[in-house]
Design a protein around this ligand. Structure first.
Ligand code: ZN
Length: 244
């Protein structure tokens, strides 16, 4: 165990109340692309002269649902990624009785899949679907699509969409309130796989009043934050070296 990992292990062992704040980098080792790196989802779209802010917006979904749902990033394709060492470690830590709360910007549901139960999914979950007209929930496998490939509710023909936050939509207030409470009550904050480029992530992080801040990310943060420990490495690789 090298020094930074030893220190992280010590912080975790000593903490009473951990918050893990994760971004896209937590899932890249599960084979999911991030958004802003060279192979990122947004970068790929921009290379194809598509503006992700336009295509992945609620407005576009309502105006041109046949195009919205035909795009490969909007087709809600059920990827079958597996939790990696980071998801697994956090789930095992919770199981061991440690107070650990996860706040994630990812929509892949991998923390639940790994077995964590204390999870706030800030941007929703792309495996949950609901009818925009009547609210009925659908499992991906049972979704009926019309001749234009638009997912439709058999009850009222409403559009069935993923429960994720699109551009032009606000995060759910209850998730923001809960995240603020969790972060302000934590004594160890681990920020992983995110550069904290966008709000409200920055605002949430500023709620921290605890003891230690650890950042695990391949690049520096885009906010002014003094970390007690900065591990410039992949998130799964880092957690694979820890013990419960
Ligand atoms: Zn419906």
């Amino acid at each position: 165990m090298n020094e930074p990992i030893k220190l992280l292990q010590q912080y975790i062992n000593e903490a009473n109340n951990i918050v893990f704040f994760g971004g896209a980098g937590v899932s890249t080792e599960s084979g999911l692309p991030d958004y802003r790196s060279a192979e990122g989802v947004y970068t790929t779209m921009e290379n194809e002269n598509i503006d992700p802010k336009k295509l992945m917006s609620k407005r576009f979904m309502m105006e041109k649902p046949e195009v919205f749902f035909s795009h490969r990033f909007q087709a809600e394709t059920p990827l079958k990624p597996k939790p990696n060492a980071a998801h697994q470690y956090l789930a095992a830590l919770e199981k061991s009785g440690k107070s650990i709360q996860i706040i994630t910007q990812n929509v892949d549901g991998l923390h639940y899949k790994a077995g964590s139960t204390n999870v706030v999914e800030l941007h929703g979950n792309h495996r949950r679907f609901y009818c925009m007209t009547c609210g009925t929930e659908y499992a991906y496998e049972t979704i009926h699509r019309d001749e234009q490939n638009i997912p439709r509710c058999p009850l009222d023909n409403g559009i069935v969409r993923a429960d994720v936050i699109l551009f032009g939509e606000n995060l759910k207030p209850e998730n923001l309130v809960k995240s603020k409470q969790l972060i302000s009550a934590a004594d160890l904050l681990i920020i992983a796989g995110t550069s904290l480029t966008v709000n409200p992530a920055k605002n949430l992080i500023n709620q921290f009043k605890g003891n230690k801040v650890v950042v695990i990310n391949k690049s520096a943060l885009e906010m002014n934050l003094t970390a007690d420990l900065f591990i410039k490495d992949a998130v799964g690789t880092t957690f694979s070296q820890l013990t419960i």
